[in-house]
Design a protein around this ligand. Sequence first.
Ligand code: ADP
Ligand code: MG
Length: 381
Amino acid sequence: MYTDKIEVEGFEHGYERRAEDPRLETHGNATFTHSTGKILSSPRLRLRSICQWMSFTMRRNNDIGQSQGVFWQNARDTRKRNWNLENLQVEDLLGRGSFGEVFQVKAKDDGSEAAIKRIKKNVLNTEKDLSRVKAEFSCWRAMSGHPNVISLFAFVETDTYWCFIMERGNFGSLSQVLRSSDVMLGSQDVRKIAAQLAHAISTLHHAGYLHRDISCSNVLLTENLDCRLIDFGLSVKGTTATSRSGSLAYMAPEVLNRRPAGCAADWWSWGIVVYTMIVGKSPLALFAIREQIDLENISKESRYELAKKTPVVLSTRTSPEERALLVDVLRPDPESRLGMRDGMNFDLLKAHPYFHGVDWTQLDAAKRKILRRIEIRAKRT
Ligand SMILES: Nc1ncnc2c1ncn2[C@@H]1O[C@H](COP(=O)(O)OP(=O)(O)O)[C@@H](O)[C@H]1O
Ligand SMILES: [Mg+2]
């Protein structure tokens, strides 16, 4: 994996954690020792066995610690479940991003299943980390109730982690589905996922937030191939941001060029998600293949330069509606992108020929509810 997914000023610890297990120490000659001092492998052990052992150890490192209390619990969860960490059995690792690790959990009392995202506290940078986690919580909470956003059940803190307890996505992320050979997304599936994701993004923007990390890894799918947006870790309240953030392949030109970026950058990323579903790979991945460049083995700056030069190529195999949609959203000028025009009028996107026949009624009702709730909350404060 190349490792420059996120770049947010003052918050850079994400990637180091990928290969780090506090109980693991590495010594020269590939000898690994556990903190107990037990030697686990000899210098002659083959690299593959070491990797297997490391991944086994990391998978088992699912200790979350003692809960300092459930700070917030979703009032709309009518089952009033007990999300205290002491009541949760932590099971398999579901995924790992640049900030958090997500595990499957099961409630000991009633067997409820959920997922927990744990974010390690960074002792050196507590203020910044705290405000980032607060922003993630605030945006996620604001969006809860949208059918295409993963439900947040509770927010818990321990000595070493912040934990988000949420609905478990049991079909994997869109990027996992696209990589797997078991599931083939048909054009109707792609259209449905594109519509649902667009609706979630539009709701988020109208609620006053930017997501800033729309990508195939941050979209989960259900068995029915409905989409659920996750990961509000880079979300901010407001309409513009200047730091370069997101996943490289999905970054809008203005983000890559460090210009102020707003809602239009999310729409660009959405366009790349739709492109990737239709074509099978992102424009950056295709360009790297064409130029015979291994993205994992070039410097970070070279990757950014390559991303800036990447053309959006539309093959003749895409349908006229698909082409029209992609051309309309992947426009270099942010203000003219689909989703942005006419004061971010979402009706223009809904009326696009590509979405002909999509029923938006239920989603629109959820959006109205969310916006009303935010309005009421704003009046109260
Ligand atoms: N509710 C969930 N159910 C199943 N898998 C999940 C869930 N939430 C996240 N994941 C998996 O974990 C990965 C990392 O989670 P994410 O919230 O994106 O963390 P980060 O902020 O570190 O990127 C995701 O890409 C996805 O594969
Ligand atoms: Mg993520």
